[in-house]
Every structure is written in C-alpha cells, then in structure tokens.
Design a protein around this ligand. Structure first.
Ligand SMILES: [Zn+2]
Length: 296
C-alpha cells in the first residue's frame, strides 16, 4: 500500500474492527482456558505456590458449591484421540464407560489393561486466589480457576474433617476463617506428586472486607463448566468412540428405553471392584435412578 493510501484510510476502523470481531468469535476456547491457573515446575519437576480456595461464586446461587467434580476420558486409539468430558459427570449414561464395562466383564485379562487406559478420570475445579506464585508473580492477587485431582481434594476434605480430636475443623473455602494452601510439587517416579502440600494456619485472606467482596464478586461460575454445552450428546460421543477405536459402526442404535434399562443394571456391575466405577458415590447413583423411575 502506498503512503497516500495509508493516509486516505486514516481514521477508518472497519478493517481492524472486523479482524477483532473474527478474533472474538474464534477464540472462545483459548479465552476460557486463560482463566485457568497452572503451577509451573522447574526442570527437576519441583514447584511451589500459595493459593487460597474461594467460597462458592455468587453466580452459582445460594446452593452452589465451591468446587465442581468432572469426569473425563482422554486416550488414543487407532482412529485418533478421544478427549471428552464423561457423561457420568451429569449422572447420565456414557458410551465410553459402557464400552469399558463390557470389556471389564469380558473375562479377558488383557481387556482390563485397555479399560485402565480408557477409564474416566476424576478432576475437581475451584476458584482460587493466587497469594504467591514465585515463577509468575504477575498472577499474584488474581482470581483463577484451578483444576486438581483426588490427592489435593483429600487434603481439603481432611481439613474439614480432621482425623484427630486435637485438630480443629477448618473450612478452607472460608474468606475469614479459612487457610492458605501451600502447594508443593515434586516429581516422584516420573509423576507430579503433591504429598508435601499443606494448609497454613487459619487466617483471613485479607483484612479489608471491601477487597474480599470484590474478590468474591469476580469469581467464575463453576456450574458453567458442567453446563450442557461442555458435553457431547450420547450419540455424538458414541460415534467418536467408534471412530477412535475402529469399532463396527453398524451396531444397532441404542434407544432411550435400552439406555434406561441399562441404567437399572448398572448398580449390579458396580458391586464388582472395577476401577472405572470407583469414584461415584452411591447417593448420586440412587438419586439418578429414582429420577428415572419418576419419569416412567
Ligand atoms: Zn464415561
């Protein structure tokens, strides 16, 4: 473009506005992931940071919990990767878990290894306030989403239900009487290990209630992370599974009635000590089954 043209277009924002519009419509995914905080480790696999778990967001209503529990699958087959949220998160039948269940009960030992690879994995997500992040000090004072596994959730649970009588129960999500969490990561046998992480003694996150209110109001909705748009439908997930594992796509389509019938069979399968059923509480299952019964 000539300089004269440049001058002629001076003040015209059309092109740039369109570009920004396109950016905004395409970057929904990456924008969302920016809300997540991930602790960074050094070359040896060590890392540390101090975070504060925050109470349930105002956006999730009075009944909201300060965490959400999400099951997901992530594995590679001959037809590519399957990386998807598991429908059992929402107490629905999941085609991947169903397939695993068939394999597990096939009596073939090698199938159990396949199931271990494909089984649903449990994660929790909570709002956290970054108190200290030595590798990325720019995160300090920010509110982020933090995804963590059972190990850290057990530490939260222990703080709320201490094992010994001389220990006082602490709600780690309390802005005033909670406690900072010192996240300490080491590499043990090739895996990130969180055993050394611990809660500090209880204290208010900040002394200024106005600041605390600001933090609370700026939390992210956790319910949004498990809203319908974050999950494929049963049929779409089944198609993906068939493609990834190269399964015969001509199997008869499962009807809603068959899915429900299978749902009632599920508790029997659960009685067996199978790894892909380990994390569902009976209460959740029961409420799901009674809901189905009501519909009929
Ligand atoms: Zn599943």
């Amino acid at each position: 473009m000539s300089f004269a043209n440049l001058k002629r277009q001076s003040g015209n924002l059309d092109k740039l506005s369109k570009a920004i519009e396109a950016l905004n419509t395409n970057s929904e995914g990456s924008e969302k992931s920016d809300n997540f905080w991930r602790p960074e480790v050094d070359k040896a696999g060590n890392g540390m940071a101090t975070i504060r778990f925050l109470p349930a967001s105002e956006k999730d209503g009075d009944d909201g919990l300060p965490w959400v529990k999400i099951f997901s699958h992530g594995f590679q087959g001959s037809g590519g990767w399957l990386i998807d949220n598991c429908l059992t998160t929402k107490n629905q039948q999941c085609p991947v878990c169903e397939h695993n269940s068939t394999l597990w009960n096939s009596g073939i030992e090698a199938n159990k290894d396949v199931v271990r690879k494909q089984k649903r994995k449990l994660n929790y997500i909570a709002n956290v306030y970054i108190v200290s992040d030595p590798k990325h000090p720019e995160n300090e004072g920010q509110i982020k989403l933090f995804k963590f596994g059972k190990k850290i959730f057990d530490k939260i649970s222990e703080a709320m239900n201490p094992q010994f009588e001389d220990e006082k129960a602490v709600n780690p999500f309390d802005l005033w009487k909670g406690a900072n969490f010192k996240l300490k990561i080491r590499k043990v046998e090739g895996y990130q290990n969180y055993d050394k992480s611990e809660f500090d003694s209880p204290s208010a996150l900040l002394e200024d209630d106005d600041e605390l209110e600001k933090i609370w109001k700026n939390e992210f909705s956790l319910q949004e992370l498990i809203s319908d748009k974050e999950f494929k439908s049963y049929d779409v997930l089944k198609q993906r599974l068939d493609k990834v594992l190269g399964l015969n796509g001509e199997a008869p389509r499962t009807t809603v009635e068959q899915v429900k019938a299978k749902a009632f069979d599920a508790p029997k399968a659960k009685a067996e000590d199978s790894p892909f059923k380990d994390d569902t509480s009976d209460e959740d299952d029961l409420s799901y089954f009674s809901k189905l019964a009501e519909e009929d």
